[in-house]
Design a binder for this molecule. Structure first.
Ligand code: GTP
Ligand code: SPV
Ligand code: MN
Length: 586
């Protein structure tokens, strides 16, 4: 047990409610890890993988109905409904506590309650914040051990303060009808019940580091964003950093771990990974925007991860990794669709049933994931745990758009950039329960993660722009344009470096651009196609950069429809839209 009184009192209160048989205080030690793994192996909660091929690796399967975030059952519980805003589900806090107390009452009977203190952010960083999660799931403890700095290090950071985020989680009986992910930003509290899936239960991640932290950021003058952070080292050894917001399963992990194409690698360009999902950003003393990755691991999408698409991710997961909902092979290794290797002749699918490649069913769930320590990533940045963070030169917004959005364009200025972020659209993916492939508005990739009124969130972005003396430049990218047969036109993955290079050249004033109604576009000659001329001709590139007025007209209508729900939409956003309509002449 730890001596912090506030933590002790709160844990006691949670135990009174959930009535566990015993309480285990997590210290983060190796001995504790081994003990918990042993217990989880005995109950079948995790399965040991081939320890020669995948040392320290395990497989976990969730319930069939519990494979992704549940946005429809995720609530922001502020006293006033309007503070949750038009894009969040809202519940009155008193009502939510009452309703969930009934579900939590006795939910840990016959079980152990684990108390997990964890630190989001590097030890000793002024950015870092402490959370405590109590849970009845060993899977959660083992994942939190990878995803956060867990145990004593967090309590040391907290000292005797009561400034920590209180997270209560119980699997209860995994009843989807009584599944709730409730956030109480006014109380620094998260209650999650009846789920065992990552994003719903690893409370340090989306619940704290985005929903609660975005609320804190607005009050305290900083930003919590659904962004990867990467560094690009040039042949002279200078490193520039980029932060990029793409919706769930739209390419953050892939971009963060990118390997530059041969032409650039030969010249000496390198990409360094700082983070793959979340960025906390503050204004530094030098007037730039500085970012840290609050996490310590990657909870990445497995399908599509191959030695071709993302070797750094695949190499990161060769040891000490927990795989969730992938195929188990007869050799006790793992397989998933798009792994780039032959599937096993037979295997056990994500549901735990015998499976063959010709069964016509996916072996791995489309949202199957790996949980792996960031320090194992071959491209991990030497700066990734720098308590000061890294200075951001460019912010990228991007989504999955078959049409409309060009490969890349730059905003005219910060305000226009905020408008670009606010009008992001993207096709839905398997990362959340519900339909896949439907275009929806997803401002700054934060639609499911903003812990307060999104109108106020836009205002906060505008406000930050006024406060940052030397702000990052803002761009929009889209790797997902398709042709008439529905095939991706742009090769993507490592080749995205070609676009990043243009972006950095823009930041450094090294290259001109073409002024268009939607922003600055690259001249077709300024995106280097050396080595991929067969795949991408100048004509194709011109097509990737083209603006189709008719589809932009539809796009603007869709934006307006979305904005009509807002009663706190900053005037600047509307003004930007009007200016865009005028420039397009529609
Ligand atoms: P979350 O962890 O859910 O927040 O997702 P993420 O944004 O980190 O997504 P990730 O990088 O895991 O990519 C998800 C899917 O997009 C995978 O199936 C990738 O293969 C695919 N993908 C990533 N980058 C590209 C790209 O440049 N082009 C194409 N066509 N697909 C890509
Ligand atoms: C996402 O859905 O954006 C993820 C995975 O990064 S989860 O942690 O489940 O939210
Ligand atoms: Mn994410």
């Amino acid at each position: 047990m730890y001596s912090n009184k506030a933590v002790q009192n709160w844990v006691e209160e949670m135990a009174k409610l959930t009535k566990p048989d015993n309480i285990v205080w997590i210290d983060g030690s190796e001995e504790e890890k081994e003990r918990l793994e042993k217990q989880a192996l005995e109950t079948g909660e995790i399965i040991e993988l081939n320890q020669e091929k995948l040392p320290g690796c395990f497989l976990h399967r969730t319930e069939v109905n519990d494979v992704a975030r549940v946005e429809g059952r995720t609530f922001i519980c502020t006293r006033r409904k309007e503070d949750a805003g038009p894009t969040n589900n809202w519940m009155d806090p008193t009502e939510a506590y009452e309703k969930l107390s009934k579900i939590f009452d006795g939910s840990m009977k016959g079980r152990t309650m684990y108390v997990i203190p964890y630190l989001m952010g590097p030890a000793g960083s002024p950015f870092s914040k402490v959370g405590v999660e109590v849970t009845d799931s060993i899977y959660v403890v083992l994942n939190m051990r990878i995803m956060t700095r867990m145990g004593k290090v967090a309590m040391d950071h907290l000292g005797d303060s009561d400034d920590f985020v209180k997270g209560l989680h119980s699997k209860a009986n995994l009843d989807p009808e009584n599944r709730y992910i409730c956030h109480f930003p006014e109380d620094n509290t998260i209650w999650s019940v009846n789920s065992g899936y990552g994003g719903n239960v690893l409370l340090g991640k989306k619940c704290f580091a985005l929903r609660i932290a975005s609320y804190m950021g607005r009050q305290e003058g900083w930003m919590a964003e659904h962004m990867l952070i990467l560094g690009i080292e040039d042949p002279k050894g200078n490193v520039s950093y980029i932060a990029a917001a793409f919706p769930s399963a739209c390419g953050k992990t892939n971009l963060a771990m990118l390997i530059p194409p041969e032409v650039y690698a030969k010249e000496g360009y390198k990409v360094w990974t700082v983070g793959d999902d979340i960025a906390w950003m503050r204004i530094g003393e030098d007037g730039r925007l500085w970012a840290i990755n609050p996490e310590a691991g990657f909870f990445g999408v497995a399908p599509g991860t191959s030695m071709k698409s993302n070797p750094n991710a695949l190499l990161t997961t060769q040891k000490n990794t927990i795989f969730t909902n992938v195929v188990l092979t007869p050799e006790n290794t793992v397989w998933w669709e798009g792994m780039g290797v032959e599937p096993p002749a037979t295997g056990i699918d994500w549901k735990g049933n015998p499976w063959t490649p010709d069964s016509g069913e996916k072996g791995a769930h489309p949202n199957s994931r790996f949980t792996a320590p960031a320090c194992q990533c071959p491209s991990i940045s030497p700066e990734w745990e720098n308590p000061k963070g890294v200075p951001i030169s460019a912010i990228l917004f991007g989504g999955r758009r078959a049409k409309v959005a060009p490969l890349v364009y730059q905003s005219f200025d910060w305000e226009h950039g905020v408008f670009m972020g606010a009008t992001m659209g993207s096709e839905t993916t398997a990362a959340a329960m519900g339909a896949v492939g439907v275009v929806r508005r997803d401002p700054m990739a934060m639609l499911p993660f903003c812990g307060y009124n999104m109108g106020d969130y836009f205002a906060h972005w505008l406000e930050m722009g006024k406060k940052i003396p030397n702000p990052p430049k803002i761009f929009n990218v889209n790797w997902f344009r398709t042709n008439d047969e529905g095939k991706f036109i742009w090769p993507g993955f490592g080749e995205n470096f070609r676009v990043l290079k243009w972006i950095l050249d823009r930041c450094e004033g090294k290259v001109d651009a073409v002024e268009s109604p939607i922003g600055y576009l690259p001249d077709v000659n300024d995106i280097d196609l050396t080595g991929i001329e067969d795949e991408v001709s100048k004509e194709t590139l011109a097509n990737l950069l083209s603006i189709d007025k008719e589809s932009w007209k539809e796009e603007i209508n869709s934006q307006s429809e979305f904005f009509a729900k807002f009663d706190r939409l900053p005037a600047e956003i509307k003004k930007q839209q009007e200016a865009l309509i005028k420039r397009l002449g529609i």
